[in-house]
Design a protein around this ligand. Structure first.
Ligand SMILES: Nc1ncnc2c1ncn2[C@@H]1O[C@H](COP(=O)(O)OP(=O)(O)O)[C@@H](O)[C@H]1O
Ligand SMILES: [Mg+2]
Length: 224
């Protein structure tokens, strides 16, 4: 098992959004989370990515916890351990969140260089390999504004993959894409899963989820 979330609960203004929800992600899984708007999907994804705190429960990737359940509720680990957790978790944002003033190459290299994950030469080779696999290596020295939506999406995925996450989350990956581009992103995600990464996709796009997911979860399970 790669990711294990147990008994996660979260309230906003005393209103439960997620109550006592547990799930796992295995290596190679494509877990698809669907459900009506306002049912806590983004909240769960933000908790998994340490962008929001849980009230209670526990969460770990492999043996690396982000928080554990104690008598005080969800108790977060030390800053150093949080970094270890975050190095195993990747996120592709709905709006891609590319740095507009950086070339594609610099978008890919910025985080791994600052985290000292390799030399510039090694990371350049990795960036070229990833973009070659995605069929957009010719875009490396362009600016994000010069790329189509589908190409930006690929760059955002490649940027996340530069950090070799164990688990990769996608928030609404097809919301800005036509059917054909959505299918090619679906196939790309399948390839990433086949290499052993665990995938979590939050989407409104039920046909996409049913086609590419290996497991479907509905956010109606968040509140019993
Ligand atoms: N930061 C916040 N403060 C207060 N309420 C919030 C906050 N974020 C989300 N909510 C509320 O929590 C519920 C779930 O929101 P969200 O996780 O965005 O749902 P979804 O992604 O399924 O549309 C909604 O009722 C929303 O208004
Ligand atoms: Mg949402």
């Amino acid at each position: 098992m790669l990711l294990e979330a147990k008994n996660i609960s979260k309230k906003y203004n005393n209103q439960p959004v997620i109550s006592d929800f547990s799930f796992t992600i295995d290596s190679g899984d494509i877990v698809v989370l669907t459900g009506r708007s306002g049912t806590g999907k983004t909240t769960l994804m933000r908790i998994l990515n340490n962008l929001e705190t849980a009230d209670s429960g526990s969460l770990k990737i492999e043996d690396t916890p982000l928080f554990e359940q104690t008598e005080r509720g969800a108790t977060y680990v030390s800053r150093k351990e949080r970094k270890a957790y975050q190095s195993k978790m990747g996120m592709v944002f709905q709006d891609y969140a590319l740095f507009p003033n950086f070339t594609i190459r610099e978008n890919l290299l910025e985080a791994p260089l600052s985290q000292k994950l390799g030399t510039r030469e090694e990371l350049n080779a990795k960036a070229e390999e990833l973009l070659t696999d995605m069929g957009i290596v010719d875009q490396l020295d362009k600016m994000p504004s010069q790329l189509s939506g589908g190409q930006k999406q690929r760059v955002a995925i490649a940027r996340a993959m530069m950090l070799s996450p164990k688990v990769l989350c996608f928030d609404e990956p097809t919301s800005a894409l036509d059917r054909e581009s959505a299918d090619s992103i679906g196939k790309l995600i399948q390839g990433i899963a086949q290499n052993g990464t665990g995938i979590l996709i939050v989407t409104h796009d039920t046909p996409f989820g049913e086609k590419y997911g290996t497991r479907l979860i509905s956010s109606s399970e968040f509140i019993k």
